[in-house]
Design a protein around this ligand. Structure first.
Ligand code: PLP
Length: 358
């Protein structure tokens, strides 16, 4: 499928100080967009970054039929730009689409759209340590009727943002509260889909927690509220007795690509991996026995996010003296090294964005 390109006539001013980029606050010059109508994705194109014009009756506004992805383009030392496991993002987009009753979009088209966009806006890829061009593929339901059923028209677009560290505090360990009131996902629900509604439903809890000095909440299972699930936009890993322990995938957990990458690397390094049901009580028990030594979140936005403090009801435990632990650090270094092609990529996870002509 050909992607038409209309270049901007008014390039924006790029941020000059990469140390103050923050997370996805400014966007590059262009965006990719295509519309689904009459059973097909039509007119795929790259245009100057612009506002969308939607009918106020569009289903996305009323019934939250929306899905998204998050990926990053990294500056490589040889001046090229790399992508990390981008086909996996495209495949997950289609799994989310299926759950939310939205149309699939060809994986090759998604990847080509992202490559073309990143190629055109390659000057927007920041180069310093910890920075990248964050990519946000998104699909929304479009239409002109309030009927509560799936839409027949959809829009898929990709926008790009030069990005620094996800948390204002950089890579300093975060404080997490285990959420005991609200739940994020239940069996049979949409926890496994990357859909905006999961986030809308979570803001109350995270905003309450932030008001009390925490960075995030850790969700528990929706039925018994005793098993650990995941954090806002990250999967959670614990280091117990030298092994990596994480919740098993299922209906209620987002299957993170960073999660999968960490588990793959861990297994190769001979570090034990345990995917299962993790009771908070067992974790606290392990802590008391000196076996729980580190915890970290995994996700594209922050890559590896060490947890310094974990609070469950009125008991706070401090992990690794509130510093990034050796295992968290090792995975961070390894993953970023692969992403930036400074370490051997034995899995073929990275690809270089081609320099298209014209
Ligand atoms: C995106 C996301 C993750 C992390 O997935 P990655 O592919 O590693 O970026 C984890 N949990 C939730 C709820 C997410 O939306």
């Amino acid at each position: 499928m050909d992607i038409a390109i209309t270049k901007t006539q008014e390039p924006k001013i790029k941020p000059t100080d990469e140390s103050t980029l923050g997370f996805a606050r400014t966007f590059s010059d262009h965006m990719f967009i295509t519309e689904y109508e009459e059973g097909q994705w039509q007119n795929p194109r790259i245009v100057p970054y612009q506002k969308l014009s939607l009918d106020p009756a569009s289903p996305v506004f009323h019934y939250a039929q929306e899905i998204f992805e998050g990926a990053k383009a990294y500056s490589l030392d040889n001046g090229e730009v790399g992508l990390f496991r981008i086909e996996d993002n495209a495949r997950r987009m289609n799994r989310s689409a299926d759950r939310m009753c939205m149309p699939a979009i060809d994986v090759d088209l998604q990847v080509e759209a992202i490559r073309r966009l990143v190629d055109l806006d390659r000057d927007w890829v920041p180069t310093s340590e910890g920075t990248s061009l964050y990519l946000r593929p998104t699909m929304i339901a479009d239409g002109t009727s309030l009927g509560a059923h799936t839409a027949s028209r959809f829009i898929y677009f990709v926008i790009a943002s030069p990005t620094g560290s996800y948390y204002q505090q950089g890579s300093k360990p975060i404080r997490i509260r285990i959420e005991t009131r609200h739940v994020r996902a239940v069996k049979g629900g949409v926890g496994r889909a990357k859909t905006g509604g999961n986030y809308a439903a979570s803001f109350k809890a995270s905003s309450n927690a932030k008001g009390e000095g925490f960075n995030e909440v850790l969700w528990l299972d929706g039925r018994t509220q005793s098993y650990v699930q995941e954090v806002g936009a990250m999967n959670m890993m614990f280091v117990v007795d030298g092994r990596i322990v994480t919740s098993e995938l299922g209906d209620t957990i987002l299957p993170g690509i960073t999660r999968d990458s960490v588990l793959t690397l861990a297994r190769e390094k001979g570090i034990g991996v345990e995917e299962g049901k993790i009771a908070v009580a067992e974790l606290y028990d392990a802590y008391d026995k000196g076996l729980l030594t580190e915890a970290f979140g995994t996700g594209t936005a922050a890559v590896i996010s060490p947890v310094g403090e974990l609070t469950w009801n009125d008991r706070t435990i401090v992990l690794n003296n509130n510093e990034m632990g050796p295992i968290s650090e090792m995975f961070y270094t390894e993953l970023v090294g692969i992403q930036r092609q400074r370490l051997p990529d034995t899995h073929g996870w990275t690809s270089v964005v081609p320099r298209y002509r014209g």
